[in-house]
Design a protein around this ligand. Structure first.
Ligand SMILES: Nc1ncnc2c1ncn2[C@@H]1O[C@H](COP(=O)(O)OP(=O)(O)OP(=O)(O)O)[C@@H](O)[C@H]1O
Length: 258
């Protein structure tokens, strides 16, 4: 087995008195497409937010490409990471948010070129070429001069995906990317994610309530419950013959409503 690109080792996350992640352990291999499913409040989004350094951890260790995310090694010991380390680690990851989180006062093109220029120091022409290529990929090359507010939710989310990709991350995190969309706009966004999964060796970690989609694109499914992984396996196992009663109950409830 190669070195995992993501590792959570006994990770604990608390919000006040509530333990959201309870000594969570899992790892993701490079290029793997892994989907986290589970009931509301089970800590799925928190896992992605920790990886994106938007939430701290209370205990345990998170590694990206074998390097501690929230810690730095100093004299053989791990100490809390400083801002420079976090910035360096953050560049390995791109995140697509439920509510798009685009910069509303910037054009679509500028949304894609801003971070490559300011963070990666890309020259303007190169950043523009990269933006053009990505907008072409998500089918929005003709919308480059518009502002996010002039686009539909589905178009905004496709810009969100292109914006994350513009930083050439090694891992893409998707946090319920279609749950804020009107049903008729979901398909185009899923098609873009599907294409990414099929054509690139990007590592993908996805949180979604779209069970059919999860089954189709994932190499592995993690079923979260109560801040730990209750069951994991291939889509065929988790959806076809789940072993845990809790998984069966959850899937029955969501598939009956779906
Ligand atoms: N900033 C915060 N402050 C306090 N509690 C929080 C915060 N963020 C999340 N929580 C709580 O942590 C728990 C896990 O949240 P999280 O968003 O990770 O769940 P989830 O599994 O993604 O749920 P959903 O499917 O509803 O999005 C929830 O009980 C939530 O209310």
């Amino acid at each position: 087995m190669t070195q995992p690109i993501i590792e959570f080792e006994n990770v604990v996350k608390r919000f006040g008195p509530v333990t959201v992640l309870d000594r969570l352990n899992f790892s993701v291999q490079p290029g793997e497409k892994v989907t986290i499913i589970g009931p509301s409040g089970s800590g799925k989004s928190t896992v992605l937010r920790i990886l994106m350094t938007l939430e701290t951890i209370d205990d345990g260790i998170v590694r990206v490409e074998g390097e501690p995310l929230w810690h730095e090694e100093s004299g053989g010991e791990l100490k809390p990471a400083g801002e420079a380390h976090l910035r360096h680690m953050r560049e390995k990851l791109g995140m697509v948010f439920q509510n798009f989180n685009l910069f509303p006062h910037m054009t679509v093109r500028r949304n894609l070129t801003e971070a490559p220029r300011t963070v990666l120091g890309l020259p303007k022409a190169e950043a523009n070429d990269r933006a053009e290529e990505l907008l072409d990929m998500v089918g929005l090359v003709d919308q480059a001069d518009k502002f996010p507010g002039q686009l539909s939710g589905g178009q905004q989310q496709r810009v969100g995906i292109a914006r994350a990709l513009a930083m050439r991350p090694k891992v893409m995190l998707f946090d319920e990317p279609t749950s804020a969309l009107d049903p008729e706009l979901v398909g185009d966004v899923l098609n873009v994610i599907r294409q990414l999964a099929e054509e690139h060796d990007l590592t993908m970690l996805l949180v979604t309530h779209e069970m059919r989609f999860a089954r189709e694109i994932s190499d592995r499914i993690l079923f979260f419950d109560g801040g730990t992984i209750c069951e994991e396996g291939t889509p065929a196992t988790i959806f076809g013959e789940p072993k845990q009663e809790r998984t069966r109950e959850f899937l029955k409830a969501v598939l009956d409503n779906g």
